[in-house]
Write a protein that binds this ligand. Structure first.
Ligand code: HEC
Ligand code: HEC
Length: 403
């Protein structure tokens, strides 16, 4: 008797499951045994892909981040670490964007294929997703904050093409990139998993890399945790309230930072304020500035790209997240330590024609912040609270190659 009930019940359950499947767009992630065996010859990948959604205790404010697709991000991770994608087989994205340095490197200027010296300091990548609503990333469409020190790339896709084809970086044509990807046996199953149409094309390659890069969100620093605690206690503005979780020295540094630096670098390190171009031009909502490194800059920076006089010698204002591990500093890596950076702002600002008004006195001469030794220690202590250990250690961002 009981069996008679069981059959329609089971049938119902199967129907229900099928319906749920469809509704939730449920996807089975497991690779086939054959695929997984092939992948495992080369790669150390989990059978079930990692979750690439960005984790953070802070309220995101206006930062809207679409959760990255785990299969696409997994493919992107492999491409990011794959040296086959460079002319001499020695360089991958990760050569210049190393996890331990918050996806920057520790050289003044990066070194590409054939040991060619680059022109600029590698940019730590954790800011890409952190700024997703501002950046013109592919998660949010073009039109936001741009990439590179001179803002020359609008999207993460455009940016990655720039890196792969740069003669001082990977030095490939996009046709060579596609051919190099097709030549590796592990990509066929990874593309099948990531795309409905798994053909290996330039667009698919760059979409996957962008997905991985966009998933590197760094929002779990001590600063974020303290900010979250404050916000839960109703104290929203990080500039107005000391953090209960900070030492007196860190709070002193925070206060100095909010007063002297946050106009350009942001108060919550997520939403860097936009700096409308000096003449109010709507052409670029540039977040760039001159912070007075040189009287006559050797590198035209944003102006070199836009051709606009008032942007000559200005550079993207970088995110300071993980700045404690991303030395050396500035577009040319001229400062080896945070102490040197603080000394620059304290007494070293040069009278550049496009020096940002925030760093000028009323008579136009460069400002002297004249920090005391204690001030300097406090600022450095504060900057170290911006380090996010989770991003530096999370296996889902690490090198997947077995060799
Ligand atoms: C040879 C070293 C090197 C390689 C290889 C390299 N990069 Fe970069 N990357 C840099 C440097 C240097 C910059 C800053 C360059 C500039 O602004 O002109 C940069 C900038 C970036 C930025 C801009 C970040 C920002 O906030 O503006 C992103 C994103 C990026 N790289 C991702 C990648 C990806 C993805 C790859 C692989 C396809 C890659 N890079 C390969 C050195 C490298
Ligand atoms: C007028 C805007 C402005 C102000 C104010 C400002 N900065 Fe900057 N900061 C910049 C710009 C622009 C750069 C990049 C300059 C370059 O590389 O040419 C930068 C670079 C940096 C860097 C290097 C980051 C890296 O990844 O290389 C640090 C650290 C830094 N600033 C800290 C500070 C501190 C601390 C203060 C306050 C004492 C401050 N900044 C005030 C605009 C500003």
């Amino acid at each position: 008797m009981k069996k008679n009930y069981l059959i329609p019940l089971l049938f119902g359950a199967v129907l229900l499951l099928a319906a749920c499947n469809k509704d939730a767009d449920f996807k089975y992630y497991h690779y086939s045994d054959e695929d997984y065996a092939l992948l495992s010859q080369y790669l150390d990948l989990p059978d079930l892909p990692y979750n690439y959604a960005i984790q953070s205790p802070v309220l995101f404010g206006n930062v809207q981040v679409k959760p990255p697709d785990p299969d696409l991000a997994t493919l992107g991770r492999v491409l990011f670490y794959d040296k086959h994608l460079s002319k001499d087989g020695t360089i991958s994205c990760a050569s210049c964007h190393q996890q331990e340095f918050a996806f920057g490197d520790n050289k003044a200027v990066s070194e590409g294929v054939f040991q060619r010296q680059g022109d600029r300091n590698s940019i730590a990548l954790m800011s890409v997703a952190s700024f997703a609503s501002n950046y013109g990333t592919d998660l949010n469409g073009p039109g936001g904050k741009r990439f590179f020190w001179d803002n020359r790339a609008e999207t993460a896709v455009e940016q990655s093409i720039g890196s792969m084809t740069n003669p001082k970086e990977m030095n490939m044509t996009m046709q060579e990139i596609v051919a190099a990807v097709k030549a590796q046996p592990y990509y066929e199953p990874l593309f099948r998993q990531a795309f409905d149409n798994p053909e290996i094309t330039q667009d698919n390659v760059t979409a996957a890399i962008a997905e991985f890069v966009n998933s590197i969100g760094s929002l779990n620093s001590r600063f974020d945790i303290a900010l979250d605690h404050n916000r839960k206690a109703g104290k929203f503005d990080p500039a107005s309230f000391p953090f209960d979780d900070f030492s007196p020295l860190e709070n002193k540094g925070k206060a100095l930072f909010m007063l002297n630096c946050s106009n350009c670098h942001g108060t919550d390190m997520v939403n860097a304020p936009f700096m409308p171009s000096l003449n109010g031009s709507a052409l670029f909502l540039s977040d760039g500035a001159s912070n007075g490194l040189d009287e006559l800059p050797a590198d035209a920076g944003i102006g070199g790209f836009t051709g606009l006089q008032f942007e000559m010698g200005t550079f993207k204002t970088p995110s300071l997240r993980n700045v404690g591990v991303s030395a050396p500093y500035m577009h040319d890596g001229r400062f080896a330590t945070l102490e040197e950076v603080i000394d620059h702002y304290s007494t070293g600002i040069k009278p550049h024609v496009n020096l940002n008004t925030i760093l000028k006195n009323q008579d136009g001469t460069p400002k002297r912040m004249n920090f005391t030794d204690d001030d300097k220690k406090a600022l450095v202590a504060f900057l170290h609270t911006l380090t996010d250990e989770t991003v530096l250690n999370d296996v889902k961002f690490s090198n997947p190659f077995k060799y």
